[in-house]
Design a protein around this ligand. Structure first.
Ligand SMILES: Cc1cc2nc3c(=O)[nH]c(=O)nc-3n(C[C@H](O)[C@H](O)[C@H](O)COP(=O)(O)OP(=O)(O)OC[C@H]3O[C@@H](n4cnc5c(N)ncnc54)[C@H](O)[C@@H]3O)c2cc1C
Ligand SMILES: NC(=O)c1ccc[n+]([C@@H]2O[C@H](COP(=O)([O-])OP(=O)(O)OC[C@H]3O[C@@H](n4cnc5c(N)ncnc54)[C@H](O)[C@@H]3O)[C@@H](O)[C@H]2O)c1
Length: 448
């Protein structure tokens, strides 16, 4: 039996986050990774996705060129070349991270880990014992138990597919469907999004989502809410998604039907029972310190946590907290209050803090500043198709409790609001700054 102070299951953002403090404290650390070091974000998520989004931005710029007096012929996108560029960008990430782990003194073990006891793990015939075990195994697409589910593809396939399909259906109207849908629509693909709930993009401010819906429909994306997908059939070499909306059975034909119905903690194969880890349907019961309630030697972080945002910086942050709890004892708790979230459509939706609905639900006395900024000089200069903001300020304390933007460099500006919220900078103080001009940031003064 090999012995370690810490064994980490999974080498993604969360697992990497654990290694910093534990190694700095001189603990012996092993990391077990079944696929590629780096996990989802750099290999199958944020980074490759953003390479495609960058191409969508270029196409959007070309669409708007005539507004600047520029004539451009109809652009032709070489999809295979774009996928090659994406792959090129991320190719060496696992080997670079392997170098980083070696430098940090972490033993990386390749293989699929599972519990064999409360403090023991098996991997590829080896047995490891550890004082602390960290579950950082990420998430996987929620399976859809419908006839024809075997025809569904997932976001991994979209990011790997060198052939541009003619038509695509996304099952689920969440972040992945909108981001990939915008890329496809700009590339000329016929896109349909089918969402079972009455609202899209759950968790984002409803008014901001309405702008994104409008921007998506403007580029030809068809969106159906309250649409229940019943089955997928193969018909004449293509796929047919049959769904019920408003009590009526409808169908749509496509070359790909992509499962974007959410992601669940990837813990099924870990034999949590052998590890004495209480859970319900894959949701591990943890305390405020991200520690298993039934086995105090086990921590969970990143997407494997069932009830925190599935975001790459959150995974790193939670990994850091788990590392500190292992070193200092369980004292540190995550605070998710001021973490920005962005939807990388074109234009993007950026958000931090409370939505208007949540602020009101909490009974806060708030001023809500809503601006359609399309007529503002900065938006006109760049011929923005959408430029919109909502800033929610607690009346008595002048405290910013939420900010939401669509377009207008919101994915960058949102960090000004997050900084203000984290460090207690009031709305008046943020307005009172001297900003460089002309910039999108200088408009922050007038947003509240
Ligand atoms: C298409 C897509 C786009 C995204 N875009 C963004 C974005 O723009 N911004 C953002 O913030 N977030 C984005 N995300 C979410 C982000 O990628 C995740 O929140 C983040 O990667 C989670 O990190 P993690 O370390 O918890 O899990 P992962 O990165 O998934 O790492 C878990 C690792 O554990 C390994 N593993 C699993 N089981 C075992 C086992 N039994 N033994 C050994 N190893 C195992 C896996 O191989 C994997 O490498 C995106 C996700 C997807 C799918
Ligand atoms: N920009 C980013 O930060 C980014 C980008 C991509 C992914 N992610 C992360 O990845 C996670 C997963 O993304 P996602 O888009 O798969 O999930 P999501 O949770 O954002 O959206 C899933 C949607 O599918 C709907 N749905 C569920 N079952 C359905 C069914 N049977 N039929 C139709 N609709 C159904 C849900 O109501 C929901 O609206 C997200 O939680 C997100 O945090 C983040």
């Amino acid at each position: 039996m090999e012995k370690y102070d810490v064994v980490i299951l999974g080498g993604g953002n969360a697992g990497m986050g654990v290694t910093v403090t534990t190694r700095a404290a001189g603990m012996s650390v092993a990391m077990i990774e079944a696929r590629d070091l780096g996990g989802t974000c750099p290999n199958r998520g944020c980074t490759p996705k953003k390479v495609l989004v960058a191409a969508a931005h270029a196409l959007h710029g070309i669409e708007e060129a005539d507004r600047h007096g520029i004539t451009v012929d109809t652009p032709r996108l070489d999809w295979r070349a774009l996928i090659d560029r994406e792959k090129d960008m991320i190719r060496d990430i696992p080997s670079r991270l392997s170098g980083l782990m070696a430098e940090r003194g972490v033993d990386v073990i390749v293989g699929e880990a599972a519990f064999i006891g409360s403090n023991t793990i098996s991997v590829d015939g080896r047995e490891l014992e550890a004082r602390n075990i960290v579950i950082a195994t990420g998430s996987k697409p929620r399976s859809l138990p419908i006839p024809g589910a075997e025809h569904l593809t997932i976001s991994d396939d979209v990011l790997n597919d060198p052939v541009l399909p003619r038509a695509v259906v996304f099952v689920g109207g969440g972040v992945i469907a909108f981001e990939l849908g915008h890329v496809y629509a700009r590339a000329g693909v016929d896109v349909t999004i089918l969402e079972s709930l009455p609202h899209l993009l759950g968790g984002f401010d409803a008014d901001a989502v309405a702008r994104i819906r409008g921007a998506s429909e403007r580029i030809g994306i068809r969106i159906r809410t309250l649409a229940w997908v019943k089955r997928i059939d193969k018909v004449d070499g293509r796929l047919r998604a049959t769904f019920v909306a408003d009590g009526v059975e409808c169908s749509v034909d496509a070359d790909r039907v992509v499962n974007c119905a959410g992601r669940v903690a990837n813990v099924e194969g870990l034999d949590l029972g052998a590890g004495v880890i209480a859970h319900r349907e894959g949701r591990i019961d943890i305390d405020d310190h991200l520690r298993s309630r039934s086995n105090p030697d086990v921590y969970v972080c990143g997407d494997a946590v069932w009830n925190s945002p599935q975001l790459s910086p959150v995974a790193t942050y939670e990994g850091g907290i788990v590392g500190r709890n292992i070193v200092d004892g369980p004292r540190h708790r995550p605070d998710y209050g001021q973490i920005p979230a962005c939807l990388y459509t074109v234009p993007a939706l950026a958000s931090v803090g409370l939505t208007e609905a949540k602020a009101k639900e909490q009974g806060l006395g708030v001023r809500v500043h809503v601006n359609d900024m399309q007529g503002w000089l900065s938006a006109r200069t760049y011929a923005e198709t959408v430029a919109w903001s909502k800033v929610i300020v607690e009346e008595t304390a002048d405290r910013i409790v939420g900010a939401h933007m669509v377009g207008h460099a919101g994915e960058e500006l949102i960090h000004l609001f997050a900084l203000a919220m984290k460090h207690g900078i009031t709305a008046s103080q943020l307005s009172d700054m001297v900003y460089g001009f002309p910039t999108f940031a200088s408009d922050v003064r007038n947003m509240m």
